[in-house]
Ligand binder design. Sequence first.
Ligand SMILES: Nc1ncnc2c1ncn2[C@@H]1O[C@H](COP(=O)(O)OP(=O)(O)OP(=O)(O)O)[C@@H](O)[C@H]1O
Ligand SMILES: O=C(O)c1ccc[n+]([C@@H]2O[C@H](COP(=O)([O-])O)[C@@H](O)[C@H]2O)c1
Length: 213
Amino acid sequence: MTRAKRQIAIVGGTFDPVHWGHLKPILEVANAFNFECIHLLPTCAPPHRQQPEVLNTHRLGMLDAATELDSRFVVNDWELRQGLPSRTLPTLKHFHTVSADATLYFIIGMDSLLNLPDWQHWQRLFDFAHFIVIPRPGYALADASDDVKDLLAARQCDSADMQTGSGKISIADTQPLDISATELRQQLRNHNERPELLPEPVWNYIREHNLYR
Ligand SMILES: Nc1ncnc2c1ncn2[C@@H]1O[C@H](COP(=O)(O)OP(=O)(O)OP(=O)(O)O)[C@@H](O)[C@H]1O
Ligand SMILES: O=C(O)c1ccc[n+]([C@@H]2O[C@H](COP(=O)([O-])O)[C@@H](O)[C@H]2O)c1
């Protein structure tokens, strides 16, 4: 009898700040799969792009606060420790090496899927992980490029067919949430507090450290 493999989820992001638009769909997906753990992996921003508004220690602090929501959440500072602009291919190779006995799932939003052909060596990402795509208001598959449509035609499948191996894509059936970190930062700057958009422990961290003012 083949033993079921461990299932490990990875969610990369700027997380400036982490919000319910990331966390609620991830938790919904985690219940459909059988994730042993979910790595929340803050990116190291490239110098040519807009830098995160708050220090890396605060992005990590807010993610640490979010781990109170579920014991499967793990904050992973691997990309930050590389000190290089983050690219997903080396990250997935790293996870593949250190968790060789696990099936890996990289979770992205629909906006990221639509941009995937701009990622470095994007076709090789599928050698190391399955991809789970979270629907996001304002981003529709109908607007996908031919590259993305071809990608889905070749790789899209149901979650049940992603227990082992790599290279499949599943579009999650989660409730789309219209929340973005950019808008949240703007609202916080304007003292327009929307507590329903962030988990309470993250709110408490933001207030305690007076962030985004
Ligand atoms: N509301 C959302 N619904 C679905 N996916 C999301 C949502 N918000 C973020 N994501 C996904 O989470 C990952 C990390 O996103 P990120 O940390 O950049 O947050 P963001 O809200 O998109 O930030 P910003 O508004 O500054 O671009 C990306 O793959 C992104 O597509
Ligand atoms: O590998 C790449 O070239 C690449 C290009 C853009 C984004 N990514 C990854 O996509 C994830 C979400 O990125 P972002 O910018 O939406 O926060 C994060 O893990 C990034 O490192 C990766």
